[in-house]
Design a protein around this ligand. Structure first.
Ligand code: NDP
Ligand code: HSE
Length: 436
């Protein structure tokens, strides 16, 4: 059988890694796919740049459309990134009857509904395993491995750069900006690293995970998103004293009222495996009604780990080349006509526990005022601790953990606490999940 011809758009971290893995493991891959897979063409922005891969045998161009319009090429790997010009490239490739493999979570989260509709119309596949959690085959695990379950919730560390920064800050007391620079040099960060730091990248990934877990359309605009830039060393330390770690989590949970979709720093008990996932590693906990909790762990970014997912998708596509398009695994796990619009809950209706830190005057009655306000909002306190005041200061830090409460009540309580004359500044609030 003739080799399958593949064209690659983008030869950076992921594109370069993919060329390397496809070349290095060519024989093993052909045994799995049933055919040889050959990269014949690739596009980059700058032809003179040095590459992490050997481009021998690959015709290079700066025009992606030369590849997209090449009738010999059956599979396009979109490894450029972004959701602008690349969307048109992908739609054109699908229009031309080509299968597409992408690592681009922003593209799928923002335009996936349209892209999958076009792919279905043309009878071709869009595969996107590398778009979530780098090398962890989490899409396949949820879409295929857990397809007998009703997924109740999932929670994941799904941004490698963010976890790398938090780990280095905690373990080595390194400065945020320096660690971010290192993550960029290692090829982990997005083209705009604010996507990593502000939680946008994690929100793109959560959009995809929620869709394949619950059979809902992709709806990035409904995700509540907070980044990691506000986390202080003091909160990391206090959390540890209470037996918790702070991790940046993406959480999707089905409740009787709708679905919670949220990305934010979260305290989790240090005894949970996921609390001990460090550096660029990612992990996703998925709770199914039949299987119970399951945990998936691996590198969340980087050239070879991400290439592992891209290449697995290429092999899947090659295996499916001769299959009936009607009988393939649906892109979003559920049949396209069976997606349902379960409401996504506004943040005010989230139910979770909280870590609160506030600065208050060190005098009798202050704590009583704070606890009275919490009680008036039906917020039960799980633990409370008061830190010794500095000799020169008359304020103390009060740390509290609450039981599960409605976010609306917490917002109102915090506003009242901040209005107390005995309380200084803003109340720090970090959500807490036991993930039990
Ligand atoms: P890089 O910036 O390393 O690579 C992007 C590549 O695209 C470069 O080779 C660049 O060319 C090329 N490119 C940019 N614009 C054009 C254009 N108009 N025409 C042709 N080529 C172009 O990005 P990454 O490899 O890190 O990321 C690629 C995708 O993979 C993104 O969607 C990202 O979110 C995703 N991803 C990244 C992971 C990672 O660990 N880095 C992990 C998982 C997903 P040139 O080199 O000449 O500048
Ligand atoms: N910037 C992303 C991260 C790449 O750090 O997780 C992998 O999606």
């Amino acid at each position: 059988m003739k080799p399958v011809k593949v064209g690659v758009l983008g030869l950076g971290t992921v594109g370069g890694g993919t060329v390397n893995v496809l070349k290095r493991n060519a024989a093993e891959i052909a045994r799995r796919a049933g055919r040889e897979i050959t990269i014949t063409r690739a596009s980059t922005k700058d032809l003179s740049k040095s590459r992490i891969c050997d481009t021998q045998g690959i015709t290079l161009t700066t025009d992606p459309y030369e590849i997209i319009n090449d009738p010999e090429i059956e599979i396009i790997l979109e490894l450029i990134g972004g959701a602008g010009a690349v969307k048109d490239m992908v739609l054109k490739a699908l229009e031309n009857g080509k299968h597409v493999v992408t690592a681009n979570k922003s593209l799928i989260a923002l335009h996936g509904n349209e892209i999958f509709a076009k792919a279905s119309e043309k009878g071709v596949i869009v595969a996107f395993e590398a778009a979530v959690a780098g090398g962890i085959p989490i899409i396949k695990a949820i879409r295929e491995g857990l397809s007998g379950n009703q997924i109740e919730w999932l929670a994941g560390i799904i941004n490698g750069t963010g976890n790398f920064i938090l780990t280095e800050m905690r373990d080595k007391q390194r400065n945020f900006a320096n660690v971010l620079k290192e993550a960029q040099a290692l090829g982990y960060a997005e083209a705009d690293p604010a996507f990593d730091v502000e939680g946008i990248d994690a929100a793109h990934k959560l959009t995809i995970l929620a869709s394949i877990a619950f059979g809902i359309p992709l709806q990035f605009d409904k995700i509540y998103t907070e980044g990691i830039s506000e986390i202080t060393r003091a909160d990391v330390k206090y959390a540890e004293q209470l037996g918790y770690r702070i991790k940046h989590l993406g959480i999707a949970r089905k409740t009787s009222q709708g679905i919670e979709l949220r990305v934010h720093p979260t305290l989790i008990p240090e005894r949970r495996l996921i609390a001990n996932v460090n550096g660029v590693m990612n992990a996703v906990l998925v709770k199914g009604d039949a299987v119970g909790p399951t945990l998936y762990y691996g590198a969340g970014a980087g050239a070879d780990p991400t290439a592992s997912s891209v290449v697995a998708d290429v092999i899947d596509v090659v295996r499916a080349l001769t299959s009936d398009p009607e009988n393939r695994v649906p892109h979003l796990a559920f049949q396209a006509n069976a997606l349902v619009d379960i409401p996504v809950l506004p943040a005010e209706l989230f139910r979770t526990s909280y870590y609160l830190r506030l600065k208050a005057e060190d005098k009798p009655g202050v704590l009583a005022e704070v606890t009275r306000i919490l009680a008036e909002h039906q917020i039960s306190i799980e633990a409370i601790s008061q830190k010794e005041p500095l000799k020169t200061k008359k304020t103390v830090s009060i740390i509290m953990l609450t039981q599960i409460t409605l976010e609306k009540e917490m917002n109102a309580a915090i506003a009242e606490i901040e209005a107390l004359t005995t309380v200084t500044g803003k109340v720090t609030r970090i959500r807490l999940e036991t993930l039990g």
